[in-house]
Write a protein that binds this ligand. Sequence first.
Ligand code: BEZ
Ligand code: FE
Length: 302
Amino acid sequence: MSEQISAAGQVPAEQRAREQALTEQVVASFDQAQDARLQQLMQALTRHLHAFLREVRLTEEEWRQGIAFLTHAGHITDDKRQEFILLSDVLGASMQTIAINNQAYADATEATVVGPFFVEGAPQIPLGGDIAAGAPGQPCWVEGTVTGTDGKPVPGARIELWEADDDGFYDVQYGDDRVAARAHLFTDDEGNYRFWALTPTPYPIPHDGPVGGLLAAVGRSPMRASHLHFKVSAEGCRTLCTHVFVRGDDLLGTDAVFGVKDSLIRDFEQQSAGTPPPDGRDLGNATWARVRFDIVLAPAGA
Ligand code: BEZ
Ligand code: FE
């Protein structure tokens, strides 16, 4: 047992006073910051960081391991791989930030994690078009209505869509310039939308780096519950980044990034081969699925 901690786990008074004095000295070092918000952030960060170090009685070897972890995260990060966002995701920091910034408002659809695979400028498809563009997977008919919290339809809402294919990869992971399983479209005059996608399947977040090592060390899975991403924007409305999840998916309770919300889980109804699709599309002998996902947007500034 450390000599600095008594049998009762108490830090002796003189030791506690020295540690507290250091914390206060560092907090005070930000007193002259010109930017009041930056000052608030740095002083709170200092207080919480020091409280953590003191609570766990961090050893110097653990401090070295922490620095090595962050250094590895830095080395593996480039313009295609963002290990620090993954770290934020698996610590629930991304979801907590989303929760704080997308406050509950009437029956507005809940927001969830954006993830690293959104790409600006995905191609536009017409209503009823197919986002798959050749990506492998089971065809899935997706439809719904975008309304405001006043119940009125939102015509012309822009809906960005992206998802992993049946092999668990987003197009940006293919290693070429293909654009697949991502697109955008606009709601019609009644706020309705419809399109073909792929029935979502589970996939792992990138786990060949330090964040994957951390998950393995603590016995956590890197798997994400099956989902389809939506980003919905319209004038006068709060932009919504969310997913629709698949009811019955085994991973709903253990999503690696804490993105699952009960309110976002829907029935994906499996259709046997030969069942006519709503738009008369010829699917040959393929099975397909269908889901309805109605979306409610909070007002801007809510
Ligand atoms: C995603 O859903 O695309 C995702 C979210 C967090 C980390 C990795 C991927
Ligand atoms: Fe995803």
